[in-house]
Design a protein around this ligand. Structure first.
Ligand code: NAP
Length: 248
């Protein structure tokens, strides 16, 4: 395949919407998930029904051995990677910093930060002209929380996304002359299941009135930005963080 894309956390939400849009643009898509195989299978089924190419790849991005096995499966089944969306990410229960355990912080940073950096490392090893690759594009999922800080809710999550912003700028400069573009998207309040996983299923709707556009965003609206950053249309765009926040 010419265009091979791995999307972490693509069984649901923003990752699933990105997988469906990217497949329509001609990418062969590896749909990563960690536990919800039925949802990942459904994304692959929908892509194949539309004439596209897709496979599922199970891995916890916070576990290096599983990440290595995931990339090896993509190599074998789809060929050399040319795109990566570092989308898998977690929140945790609402808490103040003075209540946070080290176990919570380690999980948050391991999945959101180390997972994204290790996946990017594996992608660079395949895409970089320095390693015999033919280039590619990486898009990291940050959050408006990186700017807002999420006080009283999950400052640790916000800090993990601040790390993603900085990582995006640094890696972009490091590999800019090796054929790889690296950008990030900062979603605002998007209607997905992530809020329920933090114990606040109605969070996005409850905060919608604080958004200048007075509404939540959809996973598809975020995916629009991601697939554009992956595309040749964004050929001179690197090191950029794109806000998709309704003005928040
Ligand atoms: P979501 O609906 O909760 O979906 C999370 C996805 O990530 C699922 O596919 C899940 O797989 C996967 N996942 C979770 N932990 C994983 C791990 N350790 N390894 C591999 N995959 C894992 O999330 P979302 O709302 O679409 O968010 C996607 C990204 O956007 C995240 O990075 C999030 O921080 C960011 N974001 C979201 C919002 C928002 O309002 N929704 C706002 C700002 C930023 P399973 O199905 O197997 O569980």
């Amino acid at each position: 395949m010419d265009q091979v894309l791995l999307i972490t956390g693509a069984s649901r939400g923003i990752g699933a919407a990105t997988a469906l849009q990217a497949a329509r643009r001609g990418w062969a898509v590896a749909v990563n998930y960690t536990s919800n195989s039925l949802a990942a299978d459904e994304v692959v089924r929908a892509i194949r029904a539309g004439g596209g190419t897709a496979i599922t790849v199970q891995a916890d991005v916070g576990d290096e051995a599983q990440v290595l096995a995931m990339f090896a499966k993509v190599d074998a089944k789809l060929g050399r990677l040319t795109g990566l969306v570092n989308n898998a990410g977690v929140v945790d229960m609402q808490a103040r910093v003075d209540e946070m355990s080290v176990a919570r912080l380690e999980r948050m940073l391991r999945i959101n930060v180390i997972g994204s950096i290790v996946c990017a490392r594996e992608a660079v090893r395949r895409m970089s002209t320095r390693h015999g690759g033919s280039g590619g594009a990486i898009v990291n999922l940050s959050s408006a929380a990186a700017r807002l800080g999420s006080p009283g809710q999950y400052v640790d999550y916000a800090a993990s996304k601040g790390a993603i912003d900085t990582f995006t700028v640094g890696l972009a400069k490091e590999v800019a002359d090796e054929g790889i573009r690296v950008n990030a998207v900062r979603p605002g309040l998007i209607d997905t299941e992530i809020h329920a996983s933090g114990g606040l299923p109605d969070r996005a709707f409850q905060l919608a009135s604080t958004v200048p556009m007075k509404r939540t965003g959809s996973a598809d609206e975020v995916a629009n930005g991601i697939v554009w950053l992956l595309s040749a249309e964004a050929g001179y765009v690197t090191g950029t963080v794109l806000d998709v926040t309704g003005g928040r």
